[in-house]
Design a protein around this ligand. Structure first.
Ligand code: COA
Ligand code: AMP
Length: 637
């Protein structure tokens, strides 16, 4: 196959551009609407675009009920594999529907109705999916918070979403320890201004929580209460929100990405077969977490909307118990295609470089491996490809878009793979590389990657209750374009290369984190005057944070062990405020931070020095000697 993209992909991409109404109108046929939309794209209020605006539906109906009615009742909807607890369990579509309808009935009895928000703070247990779909069934808006986030992050989300209820698990289970969730939940509610009316706690035997009388309810009591009637699906507008998923920006205030019901259902139903090559009845595994967008889109909604079987894995690629964990599950369930982050493969490679574990399993069912969430470096690509001997497909997207912006659309046409590139713009996405002035750059020139509006169905219509921030964060840099926040280039064959964020957002082991949140946790320490966090290269996690702190005047930590003590306190603060996933280990105490004359900290310049790259020092630097003094510190790790 040549690098030039001809044939089915090209034709489809062109059609999505010249006639989006016919393209997405046809894709919408895959959804059971209550009222079929007559308008595909409402573009009457740019820069706000709405898909299927006059349609109505229920997403849970499309994910469960219709499959049960159409012959999939006994097919597995999810296989739960939990090496951390030594448990495996499968739910057929009929069983999952029964649990979801009951849970929705319990939520309805507690007063949850259409449009109410429900925060879900749970580990990778099937009850998380049940809770998400129960909300969808009622037209309530779920907001799942990743279990690895600590009270400050959780409290920020509670305040912004203002949930009526919170549904939580009592603990998460990490390879080395049980992580109690309840203390984090209680602390977060104490800190937040908004207070939920009730909390429903799923008690895990590995770490049950003490319930607060009058506020906390036991999940099992509700689910076994025979007086609670299962709930039917509630009709919602295509444009009503299905969920809010908070993601990290540069500041400490997370962005509430809104996902609507109609556009999302269409995009999710279209993308699994066309982009990932998995159709109804297929066995698919996205090894991520329901707390991230990959979990929402490709553990829960897309496979269920399609009628496929989704693997739900509570474990790690290594250490649960070994680097053969993935192969064991693939063999057991005859997984056809798998999706994970490059970090996971780097972890397997590090522990088992010759893939000895692989020899013990039959993974011949696996046709393709998809990797995303961070840049797929060519070394990891070659190792995964060489080891498995199947196509390894990089795909680039973000929480905001909900599904790939660029990929190799294997269900449409399997294109040549170019290591280092997530291939070509997905049908529906019109990707351009722009210079500072908004001019389109020629092939192979690096600039800001932007997407011409309107973006396709399933992408964010706005931020939760904040149209202004939506416009200022994403749409104001270049008129008529959505700014991805990533830099890169497009080659002469139309292949996109994503080189990294142009802002200060961190990507640690595929987890998106905000410099602002980590800095806020550090600044809260009584000895710290100011600080900066930068993301530096790490061979395993892609990036890890490094912190530079300036102490308040008069604070002296020169005594024996005092600096070490301070570092330990700061690391602990970040674990307890932001979460252990931030993985902050390196903290340096410095005299001053380099800034521009207007006071902006030169994080990018520091990052370039720490990574051994050529550093761009802006002419507006306030005092170049500050940076010179910092160089040896930055270069030393
Ligand atoms: N709840 C509570 N704590 C959590 C957590 C959760 N859901 N997830 C992670 N943590 C904790 C871990 O226990 C660890 O704590 P520690 O510092 O006490 O050991 C810390 O957060 C960092 O976790 P993690 O990022 O998982 O790093 P690790 O060193 O334990 O494992 C990898 C490294 C590569 C195996 C792991 O990062 C991984 O599986 N990555 C895949 C990433 C992924 O799926 N990303 C989703 C986007 S597609
Ligand atoms: P998230 O919103 O957590 O999915 O993170 C999105 C960010 O991760 C993107 O803006 C990119 O910076 C990065 N990212 C995700 N997938 C890729 C990829 N395939 N290649 C390069 N970067 C990626």
């Amino acid at each position: 196959m040549s690098g030039m993209t001809t044939g089915a992909y090209r034709e489809l991409h062109e059609r999505s551009s010249t006639d989006p109404a016919s393209f997405w109108g046809e894709a919408a046929e895959g959804i059971d609407w209550i009222t079929k939309p007559t308008t595909v794209l409402d573009d009457s209020k740019p820069p706000f675009y709405r898909w299927f605006a006059d349609g109505t539906l229920n997403t849970c109906y499309n994910a469960l009920d219709r499959h049960v009615a159409n012959g999939r009742a006994d097919q597995a909807a999810i296989h739960y594999e939990s090496p951390v607890t030594g448990t495996s369990r499968s739910y057929t579509y009929a069983e999952l529907l029964e649990h979801v309808a009951k849970c929705a009935g319990a939520l309805r009895n507690l007063g949850v109705t259409k449009g109410d928000r429900v925060v879900i703070y749970m580990p990778m247990i099937p009850e998380a999916v049940i809770a998400m779909l129960a909300c969808a069934r009622l037209g309530a808006i779920h907001s799942v918070v990743f279990g690895g986030f600590a009270p400050a992050e959780l409290a920020a989300r509670i305040d912004d979403a203002a949930p009526k209820l919170i549904i939580a698990g009592s603990c998460g289970i990490e390879p080395n320890r049980v992580v109690p969730y309840k203390p984090f939940l209680d602390q977060a509610i104490e800190r937040s201004e908004h207070k939920p009316e009730k909390c429903i706690m799923f008690q895990r035997e590995q770490g049950p929580a003490t319930l607060i009388e009058g506020r906390d309810l036991d999940w099992n009591d509700l689910m076994s209460d025979s007086t609670i009637e299962p709930a039917e699906c509630v009709e919602v507008a295509a444009t009503d929100p299905l969920y809010i998923l908070y993601t990290s920006g540069t500041t400490g205030k997370p962005k509430g990405i809104v996902r609507d019901n109609g556009g999302h259902a269409v995009a999710m139903h279209w993308s699994l077969p066309n982009l990932y090559g998995v159709g109804p009845g297929g066995v698919w595994w996205a090894a991520s977490d329901v707390g991230w967008v990959v979990g929402h889109s490709y553990i829960v909604y897309s496979p269920l909307l399609v009628g496929a079987t989704s693997i739900f894995f509570e474990g790690k690629p290594v250490g649960t118990p070994d680097a053969g964990a993935f192969w064991r599950v693939i063999e057991k369930h005859k997984v056809e295609a798998m999706f994970t982050a490059p970090t996971a493969f780097r972890a397997i490679k590090k522990e088992d470089p010759n893939a000895e574990h692989l020899k013990k399993y039959d993974v011949s069912s696996l046709k393709r491996l998809f990797l995303a969430g961070e840049r797929l470096d060519p070394d990891t690509y070659h190792w995964a490809h060489g080891t498995l001997g199947i196509p390894v497909i990089d795909n680039w997207w973000q929480t905001e878009t909900g599904w790939p912006i660029a990929t190799n659309p294997v269900g449409v046409e399997e294109l040549e793979v170019k290591p280092g590139s997530p291939s070509v713009p997905t049908p529906g996405y019109h990707v351009h590389v722009l210079d500072d002035l908004g001019n389109q750059l020629p092939a192979n020139s690096e600039g800001a990657i932007a997407i011409k509006l309107p973006m396709p169905p399933g992408t964010l219509p706005t931020l939760w209750q904040d149209d202004d921030r939506y416009v200022s964060s994403y749409l104001s840099a270049y008129e008529g374009y959505y700014l991805t926040g990533d830099g890169g280039f497009i080659d002469e064959d139309g292949y996109v290369y994503v080189m990294g964020r142009t802002d200060d957002v961190l990507n640690v082991a595929g987890h998106r984190l905000s410099t602002g949140s980590i800095e806020a946790a550090l600044s809260g320490h009584p000895k710290v005057a100011e600080c900066a966090v930068i993301g530096v290269h790490d061979d395993l996690k892609g990036q890890i944070p490094r912190a530079l702190v300036v102490l308040k005047s008069g604070v002296d930590v020169s005594g024996e062990g005092q600096t070490e003590q301070l570092r330990a306190e700061l690391v602990e603060r970040v674990r307890n405020e932001v979460g252990a996933v931030a993985a902050l280990k390196v903290v340096d105490v410095v005299v001053a931070l380099p800034k521009t004359r207007s006071g902006k900290i030169l994080r990018k310049t520091m990052r370039q020095i720490a990574d051994g790259q050529e550093a761009m020092v802006p002419s507006t630097i306030e005092d170049a000697s500050v940076l010179d003094k910092l160089r040896p510190v930055l270069e030393k790790h």
